[in-house]
Design a protein around this ligand. Structure first.
Ligand code: KIV
Ligand code: ZN
Length: 399
């Protein structure tokens, strides 16, 4: 957090600085059917650096030889961002992270163990005390090798609030300086996230001495909203992936979080290092390497994100783009706004398009042209430039 002087309000305000943590190469690769090559992982990591990412989770080094080598390769390739590997609370996992990240200019480790009752009983077969002992052992072990240890209580949002406090403080006491709160199964909503952070703020004695991070999954479509709610309640690091890829319904889409912080800076008052103009390029690379098309209506990077179909909207856009666009495509490095012509388009948009194509048409001319356009539009999804040329030829022949 740092101080800014707000001239309009005449106040000294505290602006938060938000770190972006990308796990496209780790949690993102847990998407069914996605398996990046090492070269692709290095290319993605470099593009993430160009995008301005603070931390890159390059993989889970103990998981496979390929993952180990990928974390090693990313550690060599990346110069500005901090590189991390993931480790369960197991010494072998931590040792693998130590080796794989050796070459990194800036590094940290990410250690996790589940804390929720369902995970303790059904998966780990451990009592609360045993989980706390494991946190103490493994975070302090990791701290011997890394200046920055990030600890995640997996399934934090379904963990008993008082036990979550205990687990978080145990990790801090053992040397963790970043505490990540995962909504592992995308269960929580923004109001509950605020309450979770309030409980931590009020009961973790060292809350203000560490960085709080959030890691939200999208099972109920709330990952981005939950991430933004966390920023309002004490988190200063956001974890997610590009295009929101990841396990099951995926992770928080970082490009959406970044765009929201930009468009609603008035509300969140949160700065960050993201270079938004590299957003579309980054999204395209992930779509290409995963063979997963970005949905047309996806926020920020979808093909329709800056396309306006109806006559009323097109007329508004031609008069003042701010009527229907809160973010311009140029800001995120996308192609320009489009006004595709279809059956809902109005005369103003058709006339403007014809003028752009070089036709010298006036509003009066449109009384004859527009009904022909409408007839064509009723038979097709989008009226193309070729269609318009045919219409204009027909008009010139009859007039
Ligand atoms: O979703 C999750 O809980 C995780 C942890 C490893 C942080 O991915
Ligand atoms: Zn996850």
């Amino acid at each position: 957090m740092f101080f800014n002087y707000d001239v309009q309000k005449g106040l000294i305000i505290m602006t938060k600085n938000i770190q972006f943590f990308d796990t496209t190469l780790r949690d993102g690769e847990q998407t069914i059917g996605v398996n990046f090559s090492i070269d692709q992982k290095v290319a993605i990591a470099k593009q993430l650096e160009a995008w301005g990412i603070d931390v890159i989770e390059a993989g889970f080094p103990v998981a496979s030889d390929g993952d180990f080598k990928a974390v090693e390769a990313v550690s060599h390739a990346v110069t500005k961002a901090c590189v991390t590997g993931l480790a369960r609370a197991k010494k072998g996992d931590i040792d693998a992270c130590v080796k794989a990240t050796q070459a990194a200019a800036h590094k940290q480790i990410h250690v996790f163990i589940a804390t929720s009752p369902i995970h303790r009983k059904s998966k780990l077969h451990m009592s609360q005390d045993e989980v706390i002992a494991s946190i103490q052992d493994h975070v302090s072990y990791a701290r011997r090798f890394f200046d920055i240890v990030e600890f995640s209580p997996e399934d934090a949002t379904r963990t008993e609030p008082d036990f979550l406090v205990r687990a978080v403080q145990a990790a801090i006491d053992a040397g963790a300086s970043v505490i990540n709160i995962p909504d592992t199964v995308g269960y929580t909503n923004p109001v509950e996230f605020a309450a979770l952070f309030k409980n931590l703020r009020e009961n973790v004695p060292d809350f203000d001495n560490v960085t709080f991070s959030v890691h939200c999954h999208d099972d109920l479509g709330m990952a981005v909203a939950n991430s933004l709610a966390s920023i309002e309640n004490g988190a200063t690091r956001i974890e997610g992936t590009i295009n929101g890829i990841g396990e099951r319904a995926g992770n928080a889409a970082l490009e959406e979080v970044a765009a929201a912080l930009y468009v609603r800076h008035d509300y969140y008052d949160a700065d960050n290092r993201i270079n938004l103009s590299e957003t579309k390029r980054t999204s395209d690379m992930i779509s290409d390497f995963t063979n997963m098309a970005v949905p047309h209506n996806k926020a920020v990077v979808g093909a329709n994100a800056f396309a306006h179909e109806s006559g009323i909207h097109q007329d508004g856009m031609l008069k003042n783009p701010q009527t229907y666009e809160i973010l311009t495509p140029e800001v995120v490095g996308a192609h320009k706004t489009t006004l595709p012509l279809g059956k809902l388009s109005g005369s103003h948009a058709v006339m403007t398009k014809l003028q752009e194509m070089g036709y010298n048409v006036t509003r009066a001319d449109m009384t004859c042209i527009f009904p022909i356009f409408k007839a064509k539009a009723d038979t097709t999804d989008v009226v193309s430039e070729a269609d318009l040329r045919i219409i204009m030829k027909h008009v010139s022949e009859v007039s």
